[in-house]
Design a protein. Structure first.
Length: 131
């Protein structure tokens, strides 16, 4: 699925790689490491679920209207699918933002720097694939 809809997976806000990087840090307390693992597993499971929901929506979306084949029903179906996709993406961004905040709270400033910082990328406008 990842290959057919790469735009679903190009996500500047995702924090999965930061979580993995944090778990590689040398001087973590075991309790922090355990919390990180739980956070990473919860995040990764939910994130994958949301990605596959997005792919499902895009796969079942009716094709854009061609010349002379204007079909109101299909247009409405597409609009509904797009707003569903937007809602899931919003929830996915929210999940990433909350997870990033929790990760920041678990680490020291130095550790945050060691994993490359936790700033939200400035340009987070996502472009859905054009269908």
């Amino acid at each position: 699925a990842e290959a057919s809809y790469p735009a679903v997976y190009i996500d500047p806000r995702a924090v999965g790689d930061k979580l993995l990087a944090a778990m590689e840090l040398g001087e973590l307390d075991e309790s922090v490491r355990a919390d990180l693992l739980a956070l990473q597993q919860g995040y990764s499971g939910q994130y994958k679920e949301q990605c596959s929901q997005l792919v499902d929506i895009f796969e079942s979306m009716p094709p854009p209207p061609g010349m002379g084949s204007f079909n109101l029903e299909k247009m409405q179906e597409r609009d509904k699918a797009m707003s569903q996709a937007e809602r899931i993406r919003f929830e996915r961004d929210d999940l990433s933002d909350k997870t990033r905040d929790r990760l920041r709270a678990m680490l020291t400033k130095e550790q945050v720097e060691m994993i490359g910082g936790l700033d939200v990328p400035k340009n987070t406008t996502m472009h859905w694939p054009k269908f």
